[in-house]
Design a protein around this ligand. Structure first.
Ligand SMILES: Nc1ncnc2c1ncn2[C@@H]1O[C@H](COP(=O)(O)OP(=O)(O)OP(=O)(O)O)[C@@H](O)[C@H]1O
Length: 347
């Protein structure tokens, strides 16, 4: 659906080169809600602007529905862009035009007749829950309502892709949630592929099925949201995950454990099926391993339960090995907790 192949983007300002993207490769499949997360300056906006060709790559290819956008003539590119809607952090509405006319802009540009425009705009305003605001000006709307207008306008030309550039960053948590739910409905009911860039992991947790983490112009980690949240590998990803899931021991537990250096600690991640099986009970019963639970938490991601437990296992090495093997076979992901986490200053 959307594919970036080894994309580089370099800006030159006052003879200084800025490498905003350094070899980005990713694939967004049809029907995905694909999130790109990163701190400020990571290159997220540049990346999303390449997808609708507001920027051209310095090197590499951007393919949409299998077509290399770089190989298109200007006319072909204009046609291709109709297939891509975009919404923005600050909504980008025309303040001098009423809600109806803002939503109608893409249809006017497509030279649709008045009756068609009226019907489509009414349909869209109804879909985003703003039928009663057609005659209002943007200045008379709340932030959430403005973003709904932005969404209606982005959908006007029936795109198959919707790009969202920090679309909820200017909104309060409750309004953010309602806009994210609307994006989810757009994805499910209109079968529109959604690509979201954000610096908030809660946005990814709430609606995305896939995620790419960016840092300094590179993708440092990508995969299904369940995998990345369950086993974040890179430190930056771990820091993002920590903002939404508590997955480490509290300081007081670490302090108690410090005295017992050398005990075997494991972080166990349960997802989906394995979260509902009595795995710990089995390892105690069948392998005689003593289990001391130091931390436990469950979270819901993608309608799947993700559980994290940190345990101290005590027993013969052979019993512990057998217990770990049993849990492995029952799809529990096991990570040995290194002794450095026992340092209470370690975050
Ligand atoms: N038009 C431009 N000219 C020069 N440099 C640019 C331009 N656009 C982006 N950059 C630079 O490219 C780098 C990546 O910027 P980008 O806006 O893509 O990051 P971002 O992750 O979206 O950050 P933010 O969330 O702060 O917008 C930054 O160093 C930025 O200064």
């Amino acid at each position: 659906m959307i594919e970036l192949r080894d994309v580089y983007k370099t800006f030159t300002r006052k003879e200084v080169k800025i490498e905003a993207l350094k070899g980005i490769s990713l694939k967004v499949e049809k029907g995905d809600i694909f999130g790109v997360i990163g701190y400020s300056g990571a290159g997220k906006s540049t990346l999303i602007r390449l997808v609708n060709y507001l920027e051209r790559p310095s090197e590499g290819q951007v393919l949409v529905e299998g077509h290399d956008l770089g190989a298109y003539s200007d006319k072909e590119l204009r046609a291709a862009k109709k297939n891509i809607g975009m919404i923005f952090q600050h909504f980008n509405l025309l303040e001098s035009k009423k809600v109806f006319d803002n939503v109608a802009i893409p249809l006017v540009l497509l030279k649709k007749n008045k009756a068609e425009i009226r019907k489509r705009v009414q349909e869209l305003l109804e879909f985003v829950g703003l039928s009663d605001k057609a005659g209002s000006y943007p200045s008379e709307l709340s932030g959430g309502q403005k973003q709904r207008v932005g969404i209606a306008r982005a959908l006007a030309s029936n795109p198959s892709i919707l790009l969202c550039d920090e679309a909820t960053s200017a909104l309060d948590p409750q309004t953010t949630r309602s806009i994210l739910q609307l994006l989810k409905r757009i994805n499910a009911e209109y079968n529109i592929t959604v690509m979201i860039i954000t610096h908030e992991m809660s946005v990814i947790q709430e609606i995305c099925n896939k995620v790419a983490v960016m840092e300094e112009g590179r993708i440092i980690e990508q995969g299904s949201v369940l995998d990345v949240f369950g086993q974040p590998k890179h430190e930056t990803t771990q820091n993002f995950v920590k903002t939404v899931i508590q997955n480490s021991m509290t300081t007081s537990v670490r302090r108690t454990l410090k005295a017992e250096h050398g005990s075997q600690l494991y972080k166990l991640n349960f997802a989906g099926e394995s979260a509902s099986e009595p795995v710990l009970y089995e390892i105690i019963r069948s392998y005689g391993v003593k289990v001391n639970i130091l931390f436990a938490n469950t979270t819901e991601i993608q309608e799947t339960t993700l559980g994290t437990i940190i345990v101290q296992l005590q027993g013969d090495p052979s019993q512990i090995e057998a217990a770990l093997d049993y849990m492995n076979k029952h799809e529990v992901r096991i990570e040995e907790v290194k002794s450095y986490v026992l340092d209470i200053n370690h975050k």
